[in-house]
Design a protein around this ligand. Structure first.
Ligand SMILES: [Zn+2]
Length: 248
């Protein structure tokens, strides 16, 4: 419902729309960052936002793989660290993202960045890359830890074919046996409650400075990530469009 209303919102003439050549007229782009802990539905909402605004979804993992495949300057560097099992240093991460952001799709219409930036240093680098433009909004998708724990702790995966199940909602027909291939359906080692809690705490620690950095710049929107996917998407889009129109 809300997305229909937003679709009809008057395109602000002379701003983003003027750069659009191949997308339906009146479809505004957007420059977005999405933050959210594991299990908050960040990836799902990032895909939905990328469709809504017709901008690329730039997920860090995919971007790294693509950069390595393409043999770009920073792709080659990144591969060296990954092959050695070492942490990829910030300047290489930033370089890979910068290469991606200069592709015409992203530079013309915008992007949904998912997994970058992770640190204030990366956020500062992103600001420099985008100059003289800026982000439209940073979305922090908030889901209570208890809800995330329940969601993640219920995940099961087939150890042979990778099919996904969840214990209460979508279990295999025969407990422990994959419907698809008959393999063992198990809980991943890193999906135990203790492991999930550790990851969530790490996320909070790492992300808190980033959240306050963006908040100080009035770029942060905290969005309730609970409830049906469509409702969450509507909340995010409503907030993005409100900010974008307000900024004109
Ligand atoms: Zn299977």
């Amino acid at each position: 419902m809300a997305s229909d209303m937003i679709g009809e919102a008057p395109a602000s003439p002379g701003t983003l729309v003027s750069a659009v050549t191949v997308v339906a007229p009146g479809t505004p782009g957007a420059r977005l960052v999405i933050l959210g802990k594991q299990g908050a539905g960040k990836g799902t909402q990032a895909v939905r936002l990328s469709r809504h605004y017709v901008v690329p979804h730039i997920a860090t993992g995919d971007t790294f793989r693509a950069a390595i495949r393409s043999g770009s300057e920073f792709g080659i560097l990144a591969k060296r660290y990954l092959d050695a099992g070492e942490l990829v240093p910030d300047e290489v991460v930033i370089g890979v993202v910068k290469e991606r952001l200069t592709h015409p799709d992203a530079s013309h219409r915008g992007f949904v960045l998912d997994g970058f930036p992770r640190t204030v240093g990366q956020a500062e680098a992103l600001e420099t890359i985008l100059e003289p433009l800026n982000l439209d909004l940073v979305i922090s998708l908030e889901v209570p830890t208890a809800a995330v724990l329940t969601r993640l702790a219920s995940r099961r995966v087939c150890s042979s074919c990778g099919a996904n199940y969840s214990v209460p909602d979508n279990p295999p027909k025969v407990p422990g046996i994959c419907d698809v291939c008959g393999g063992d359906v198990v809980q991943r080692d890193d999906d135990t409650e203790a492991a999930i809690r550790r990851r969530l705490e790490l996320y909070e620690r790492e992300t808190a400075p980033l959240v306050s950095w963006y908040s100080q710049r009035s770029l942060l929107a905290t969005i309730d990530g609970t409830g049906p996917l469509d409702e969450v998407t509507d909340r995010i889009v409503t907030e993005i469009d409100r900010r974008k129109l307000g900024a004109v």
